[in-house]
Design a protein around this ligand. Structure first.
Ligand code: SAM
Length: 423
């Protein structure tokens, strides 16, 4: 599929809530995912501007065969992007017929809003903000290598290793080809925001997992020892499962469930690349997994990372500005499922520790769910504060505490990686 048709399909999927941009791009099977992702994100960022220009130029009325999402991508490319790629195919002449009118409408919009640059047409929340300045975190997959060897590899590639970070300032100041070791997680490297390691041989070989720091905290807090039996209740695409497998040193068992067939397939690929051999995958509703099944009689550890509003995800904020404010109806539906999943997880007979993990800043999905679950099984489990040390150290990130980010607000971090022990 050509890049423009693929981008239009992703935009349509996002609009009909079939998934996030990232999920749909990776599920699209388009070969150059990086190119597709960038095009979709940029088109989405300028969505309101493009809608206004397309409407006032009367493009869809004049070109009845042009579908709205495709029109948006093509007009983005024509007016705001780098011009048509690969010759633009059959769309180029069609769009060029309307070029003068589209350009005039864009200019009119700028005059109307009293701005001169395209970027100034964006709503404040869609301009690059602190979220786009968060460094890249890279987890070393200790099933395949060790931090020492990876650091050496990068040094040989001309990167400059700055040692273990000791302050937020050091992370904020990261630039060029410098990198650091995270102050909390010994296997987490930190690179400047512009670093893209998707094509890096160590990533391709499964030696590195591109995983945000916040996403590393749940497995770290669950801390199952080698040999343990663990349930990862909502596991796809498998980043946390691969982290759990690394902590288990591939000894023991992870039962990884997910409802979504496509996501289970991606998880199988990710785990195979990461060299995970202790994980049993099942395309299954976790709520239908029986706690009395003998297979799970030794499960002492559960990681519960259920679907949520994603209101705390930096990437979602960049892709879909405004994603931080889910409707009350959506929140109620999500919290209902989270509640059922948590109460269900707490009924596994040998369970000793559970981590409940959220990418949301909403109290309804965090504290409220946990309080309710504790009330429903009084005296069985107690809530532990997230160790070790101050929460701010766990969340060490260059984003100010008021900005949206996964687990970045101290209150939400407490609520977002919750630890239960049996009483
Ligand atoms: N833990 C994953 C990781 O680190 O890569 C991310 C999990 S994602 C936040 C939530 C997942 O829950 C989605 O893949 C979704 O398909 C799955 N899910 C939703 N409802 C489920 C259910 N009833 N049973 C199992 N999985 C479910």
């Amino acid at each position: 599929m050509a890049v423009y048709a693929a981008a239009a399909a992703v935009l349509a999927g996002v609009e009909s809530r079939q998934g996030s941009i990232k999920g749909l791009v990776y599920g699209s099977r388009f070969q150059n995912v990086k190119q597709l992702y960038a095009l979709v994100c940029e088109t989405q960022r300028y969505s309101a501007v493009l809608d206004a220009v397309i409407a006032s130029a009367g493009l869809l009325g004049a070109e009845k065969k042009l579908r709205p999402h495709l029109a948006k991508v093509l007009v983005y490319e024509l007016l705001l992007g780098r011009g048509f790629r690969g010759g633009g195919g059959r769309w180029k002449p069609l769009l060029e017929r309307h070029q003068a009118r589209l350009k005039a409408e864009l200019a009119r919009l700028k005059v109307h809003r009293g701005v001169s640059r395209n970027e100034d047409l964006l709503e404040v929340g869609t301009r690059p903000g602190p979220a786009s300045q968060v460094p890249r975190f890279v987890r070393v997959n200790t099933l395949k290598t060790c931090p020492h060897d990876v650091i050496d590899y990068f040094k040989r590639q001309g990167f400059s290793y700055q040692g273990r970070a000791s302050s937020l300032e050091e992370l904020r100041a990261l630039k060029g080809k410098r990198f650091l070791l995270d102050p909390l997680l010994p296997e987490l490297l930190v690179f400047p925001v512009q670093t893209d390691l998707h094509q890096h041989p160590l990533y391709q070989a499964g030696h590195l997992i591109l995983q945000d720091k916040a996403s590393c905290l749940p497995a770290m807090l669950l801390a199952p020892p080698p040999g343990a039996h663990v349930i990862d209740a909502c596991a796809a695409p498998g980043n946390k499962a691969s982290h759990l497998a690394a902590l288990l040193k591939n000894q023991g068992k992870i039962f990884a469930f997910d409802l979504d067939a496509k996501r289970v397939a991606s998880m199988a690929t990710l785990l195979a690349r990461a060299g995970v051999s202790c994980c049993e995958l099942a395309e299954k509703d976790f709520l239908a997994v029986s706690p009395s099944d003998q297979r799970y009689c030794q499960v002492q550890y559960i990681l519960l990372d259920p679907s949520c509003s994603g209101s705390g995800m930096l990437s979602r904020q960049l892709e879909e500005p405004g994603a931080g404010t889910p409707s009350q109806e959506r929140l109620r539906a999500l919290a209902g499922f989270q509640q059922r999943a948590l109460c269900h997880a707490l009924t596994f007979p040998s369970l000793r520790r559970l981590v409940y993990s959220m990418c949301s800043l909403c109290q309804e999905e965090n504290e409220d769910v946990v309080q309710e679950a504790l009330q429903q099984s009084p005296g069985t489990f107690r809530l532990l504060p997230s160790p070790p040390g101050p929460i701010e150290a766990l969340a060490l990130s260059p984003v100010p505490s008021t900005a949206c980010g996964p687990l970045l607000r101290p209150r939400s971090l407490v609520a977002s990686s919750l630890l239960f022990l049996n009483g």
